[in-house]
Design a protein. Structure first.
Length: 426
């Protein structure tokens, strides 16, 4: 079948790499894609949010499946837009299912309804600002404030000072993040180590669990500095052993899958569980309704199965007995970013050395090609360098060795990805 993949980042590059390996994929289109995705299919200059244009393209190019990379089209209702078109499958939830990411208030209430372990919370609007102050006073620092809606990954604040938390709550409710923070979720802070669990759900009780990963959000070594879209990822995660994953399955995955079905929410796609290990007990920090980035760039290396067959079965509502095995090797990804990111940064720098990389897979993120075919930087997160290894240290050595061959002006990366997990490896 012909497949249309929506998105332009490193996640979409990794998905394109995996999709292109399937015997079920006749031709892959990526909209809009980036400077590297053309190696796996055809880039199409089309917005993932222009549903009428997508529908026209799907018809003209006999597209049989749409794979949605990022959350915006899902929250905007792309599944609902195509639900009556029997000629094309959409891998992703309905608009109501996408509310698990589109509304943190909805997600927290869903967890409470279905007994899914998560932090204590309450939601507030400008009309209940004083109640928000009192709730903050009932909590111990640090204080966690989350914009209810999508805020491009910037809507979560963690503050040590009560006075500052109150001031920022007022700012958020006053429009700091626009309509996204018209409602703010305040929750207790959970202390532990995080990981990401990905589930491919068929909406009828069938699902498969993908390899677990851990990502690194802060710009600086030792998890310091500003939050980013992600500076690297490691899979597998040593502490996510059989016992931990048994708890995740019984307490989180099963209640989530059953809860969606019980509430009549159509959900045929990826569920991202942002978890925290609190003394050996898994708790949910957040849901996302698509694959994570940069975790996908490590996870796809460890998916030992035909991803297209699995996604097709999930979108059809019958994943049946299809198997999803995990490659036993370790996979890591390290992001090369533009200097200054996540603040202001320059663009248009030529990237050299990509053809010299032999030990790693380079997934493009913020790149483009000029008229002469040169690859240039075009975003904050520029490249994802992913590698296999027999251990975290081995895989990282390959990625860092490959990165030494790649160059662009003001390139930056973290040199401590996975270091915290190495001591946990057996």
């Amino acid at each position: 079948m012909n497949i249309l993949l929506l998105g332009s980042g490193g996640r979409e590059s990794a998905l394109a790499w995996k999709i292109s390996q399937s015997s079920l994929c006749n031709h892959l289109f990526i909209a809009p894609g980036n400077g590297g995705t053309g190696a796996y299919g055809t880039n199409v200059a089309m917005s993932p949010l222009d549903f009428p244009e997508i529908a026209k393209f799907v018809k003209e190019n006999a597209v049989g499946m749409i794979v949605v990379g990022n959350e915006d089209p899902l929250v905007a209702g792309i599944w609902d837009y195509f639900k009556d078109d029997d000629s094309v499958l959409v891998v992703g939830p309905s608009r109501s299912g996408a509310a698990l990411e589109g509304s943190k208030d909805f997600a927290k209430a869903f967890m409470m309804r279905h007994g899914i372990p998560t932090a204590r919370y309450r939601s507030f609007t400008a009309d209940t600002l004083d109640e928000g102050y009192r709730f903050l006073e009932s909590l111990k620092p640090p204080y966690v404030l989350k914009a209810d809606g999508l805020a491009a990954g910037k809507g979560v604040l963690i503050i040590d000072s009560l006075d500052e938390a109150k001031a920022l709550l007022k700012e958020m409710l006053g429009g700091m993040f626009g309509a996204s923070s018209a409602t703010v979720v305040i929750e207790e802070f959970l202390s532990g180590i995080e990981c990401s669990v990905f589930v491919l759900n068929d909406g009828n009780g069938g699902y498969r669990v993908l390899p677990v990963a851990k990502d690194y959000k802060r710009i600086g070594e030792g998890d310091t500095g500003l939050n980013t879209g992600g500076m690297g990822a490691v899979s597998p995660v040593p502490f996510a052993d059989e016992e931990f994953m048994r708890k995740v399955t019984e307490r989180i995955i099963e209640p989530t899958v059953k809860g969606l079905a019980e509430e009549g929410i159509v959900y045929r796609g990826f569920i991202f569980l942002g978890l925290i290990n609190v003394g050996g007990e898994p708790m949910v920090i957040e849901y996302n309704v698509r694959m994570g980035d940069p975790e996908t760039e490590a996870v796809m290396l460890r998916v030992d199965a035909d991803l297209v067959a699995l996604m097709k079965a999930a979108a059809e509502g019958n994943i049946g007995d299809l198997e999803l095995s995990h490659d036993p090797r370790t996979a890591v990804t390290v992001m090369m970013v533009s200097g200054g990111y996540p603040g202001s940064y320059g663009k248009g720098y030529e990237i050299t050395g990509l053809g010299d990389v032999t030990d790693s897979i380079v997934f493009h993120a913020g790149t483009k090609r000029d008229a002469e075919g040169r690859v240039l930087t075009s975003g904050g997160r520029v490249l994802s360098v992913s590698s296999y290894g027999d251990s975290i240290a081995d895989a990282l050595a390959r990625s860092y060795g490959s990165m030494a061959r790649i160059g662009f002006d003001h390139a930056n990366f973290r040199r401590d990805i996975g270091r915290d997990l190495m001591v946990l490896e057996k």
